[in-house]
Design a protein around this ligand. Structure first.
Ligand code: IMP
Ligand code: MG
Length: 192
């Protein structure tokens, strides 16, 4: 007889649990409550960085005032588990940022190269005040000039993690939990 495979056992193959779905949900609600207070009265614009912040931005947004505007930019700087240190795609991104307060939302702060490049682009577009909210912050040295986020969901060890938006080679973004990617998954052929 086939037994239903639980979410936990399905996700556990990917790697050891770091943050459960419930813990993530509670922390996102707490962050959103704090952001609501800080930006009251509005207006402000959320700038979500794709693809990694897809789920985090969507969950935050549902807890924020209905007037909150959201814009997404696409930025890529990772090949596998290695940062290229050179975020790509920003010159193609724009929007109405002149004179606006902007809250940049990203999945994880690692070297800080991504946020530094996003900050420069936003300043060129005339943003008035820029703050940062990251779900995860890796405990490691940052690049010079990396912005310091006002909101951080969790400080985590310097390991490669996946789930809740974070990927490895495009995989695992849809996991409900965040996991430390298992070694054998890293060396796996892309299309076995
Ligand atoms: P940074 O520019 O080095 O700070 O890297 C930030 C970006 O790298 C994030 O937006 C993520 O997309 C990606 N990244 C960094 N660490 C991880 C990880 O452990 N798992 C998945 N993606 C990561
Ligand atoms: Mg990212």
């Amino acid at each position: 007889m086939n037994r239903p495979v639980t979410q936990e056992s399905r996700e556990s193959e990917i790697g050891n649990l770091l943050l459960s779905e419930q813990l993530i949900r509670q922390r996102v609600e707490a962050l959103a409550a704090d952001i609501r207070t800080a930006y009251s009265p509005g207006p402000f614009t959320i700038l979500g960085l794709l693809n990694g912040s897809l789920l985090f931005t969507a969950d935050l947004l549902r807890e924020l005032p209905p007037e909150t505007e959201v814009v997404f930019w696409r930025v890529k700087s990772y090949e596998g588990t290695i940062s290229t240190g050179n975020p790509e795609g920003l010159e193609a991104e724009g929007g109405e940022f002149a004179g606006r307060r902007v809250l940049v939302v990203d999945d994880i702060l690692d070297s800080g190269c991504t946020l530094r490049a996003v900050e420069k682009r936003l300043r060129d577009l005339g943003a008035r005040a820029i703050e940062y909210c990251v779900l995860l912050s890796k405990q490691r040295p940052r690049s010079p000039g990396a912005p310091v986020p006002r909101w951080i969901g969790f400080e985590i060890p310097d390991q490669f993690v996946v789930g809740y938006g974070l990927d490895y080679e495009g995989r695992y973004r849809g996991l409900r939990s965040i996991r430390v990617l298992a070694e054998e998954k890293m060396s796996m052929e892309r299309f076995p």
